[in-house]
Design a protein around this ligand. Structure first.
Ligand SMILES: Nc1ncnc2c1ncn2[C@@H]1O[C@H](COP(=O)(O)OP(=O)(O)OP(=O)(O)O)[C@@H](O)[C@H]1O
Ligand SMILES: [Mg+2]
Length: 511
């Protein structure tokens, strides 16, 4: 971390825990929003069958405790120097655990997992994908938590009875971390925040409460559900561990946290985060905006008892994970950063297009029958061209989202605020600017997910007075401007869209 200021930083501090898809990290921030220390640990990705993705929730909790201790130690501080803990997390990933023992009843089912495809079709009845869209802002898709809960209740022996008896708790990773952090079986609080709850498909977007009719349709007993709270308020205090006694004061899904960390507090402000997947969110103010172009309507954040702020979201399932796949499954590169070196060794994609529909296609298509395709292959194509196609895939998928965003919101994109691990890739950022025909800007702290969680927690305990104080911390670190001529862009976009067509309908009969 280049932003690290070492052990000379002036306290007090806020600690943020980011329980992500591939790793858990803890970052300590000072009052200027600067990183004081970071600790991070990866966890195992479990792939039991094609399309299935799981995590060991106990491994995750152990890692969280380790990285909290690690970050505190590296900063050279104690719990007394930390005013609040903020939580952010991979969204939708679903866990059920026994509240008497604290033991998970099954691995966590990860957001990318497609095992509930057939169940989602069934739940659509004669209405189809939009059966619950009015209430939840979401299409029926395997991505969201509700159907995953239903799958667990149907498939883990004896679980439904235990759930109905009140012995089982459901949570996304925010709930799991907060419950454990605040004592677990010894008085842990069972809560979630409005942003995480808005991804379950079980919450009503307007009432911000669980929707009884949907619970009934999905056959999910209300007894398993956490209490829905604001994104910035004190839920309880840490019991034990390196931050014992410190208030736990925020929770936001990772993408909403990044929106917060990028200080997109005004209507029309948007950001795009490039990690395992890519997620663009636009603040739409205090009214939920319906999408007619394949975006999601979701809660952006809610500070204390203020009105909730809503967002439109374009979700892309596979971006950074395609780079990981090139490294781990294909062995074409040794590190994620090497994709840039390899891609830069050629002028263009050599005619190849890579559509990574590994979990079907998310926004704006929402097609679970799609699977990955490399199109346009000739004898001319080398692994360097494929590397280039890998990076272009991320940029084109973003272009599709920004097009939908403009149609739904009426707001023209003037510049895109970006963050996340992939933004260290210069070629990708330049390509993005070229394909969007708009400037791309990255702030000083690219770890906006953690920063957003820290900001929300800091607001909750009065560490920062208001959102204006946070805006003052945002500083531009880099900017890329478009260099591609319009003809090339249009021609390439057409080819991309043709390749997308070819992914569809691959899965014909869901078993
Ligand atoms: N130089 C690079 N070029 C392209 N991709 C990169 C580069 N460096 C990292 N990545 C990709 O970025 C991703 C990591 O970014 P980041 O840490 O922001 O992910 P994340 O989504 O926050 O992780 P998590 O899912 O655990 O929250 C990985 O998928 C990795 O392959
Ligand atoms: Mg992340």
């Amino acid at each position: 971390m280049t932003e690290t200021t070492g052990t000379h930083a002036q306290g007090p501090f806020i600690a943020a825990i980011d329980q992500g898809t591939t790793s858990s990290r803890c970052i300590v921030f000072d009052r200027d929003g600067r990183i004081v220390s970071v600790d991070q640990k990866e966890h195992e990705q479990i792939f039991p069958k094609p399309g299935w993705v799981e995590h060991d929730a106990m491994e995750i909790w152990t890692n969280v405790q380790e990285v909290v201790a690690g970050a505190v130690e590296k900063a050279g501080i104690t719990a007394a120097d930390v005013k609040a803990i903020g939580i952010t997390n991979q969204r939708e990933t679903t866990l059920l655990w026994d509240k008497n023992t604290g033991q998970p009843v099954y691995n966590a089912i990860v957001w990318q997992d497609t095992r509930t495809d057939a169940l989602c079709k069934e739940l659509g009845r004669n209405v189809g994908q939009d059966r619950f869209r009015r209430e939840t802002g979401l299409p029926l898709a395997s991505y969201f938590s509700g159907p995953k809960v239903r799958w667990l209740l149907d498939n883990v022996e004896g679980l439904r009875e235990r759930a109905e008896a009140g012995d089982i708790l459901f949570g996304t990773m925010d709930s799991w971390v907060i419950w454990n952090l605040t004592g677990g079986t010894d008085g842990g609080v069972h809560v979630t925040d409005v942003t995480n709850a808005s991804r379950t498909m079980l919450m009503n977007l307007r009432s911000l409460d669980w929707d009884e009719r949907i619970l009934e349709s999905m056959e999910i007993p209300a007894a398993v559900l956490p209490e829905i709270r604001s994104s910035a308020e004190v839920y309880g205090s840490a019991k034990g561990g390196a931050l014992a006694g410190v208030p736990v004061a925020s929770a936001l899904g990772d993408q909403q946290a990044a929106l917060f960390g990028q200080t997109c507090f005004s209507e029309g402000e948007a950001k795009s985060t490039y990690g395992t997947g890519t997620f663009m969110l636009m603040n739409t103010g205090d009214e939920p905006v319906n999408s007619y172009n394949g975006l999601l309507t979701t809660v952006g954040y809610r500070i204390g008892d203020q009105k909730p702020v809503y967002a439109l979201e374009g979700s892309i399932a596979v971006t950074g994970s395609l780079v990981q796949w090139m490294r781990d499954q294909m062995g074409l590169i040794k590190s994620a950063a090497e994709i840039e070196t390899l891609a830069s060794s050629v002028e263009d994609n050599g005619g190849a297009y890579f559509v990574p529909a590994f979990s079907g296609l998310f926004a704006p298509y929402w097609r679970s029958d799609a699977r990955g395709v490399i199109a346009g292959l000739t004898r001319y194509v080398t692994k360097a061209h494929i590397a280039r196609a890998v990076l272009e895939a991320t940029a084109w998928q973003t272009r599709e989202i920004t097009d939908a965003m403009t149609k739904d919101s009426g707001v023209e994109l003037t510049a895109l605020k970006v963050d996340g691990g992939m933004t260290s890739n210069n070629l990708l950022m330049q390509t993005l600017s070229d394909f969007l025909d708009a400037p791309v800007v990255r702030p000083m702290v690219a770890e906006t997910t953690c920063l957003g969680a820290a900001y929300a927690a800091g607001l909750a305990v009065g560490f920062w007075p208001d959102t204006d104080a946070l805006r003052a911390n945002w500083r531009r670190a880099a900017e890329w401007t478009p260099r591609m001529d319009a003809d090339t862009r249009d021609r390439e976009y057409k080819s991309w869209l043709k390749a997308v067509e070819r992914t569809m309908g691959w899965i014909e009969d869901e078993e």
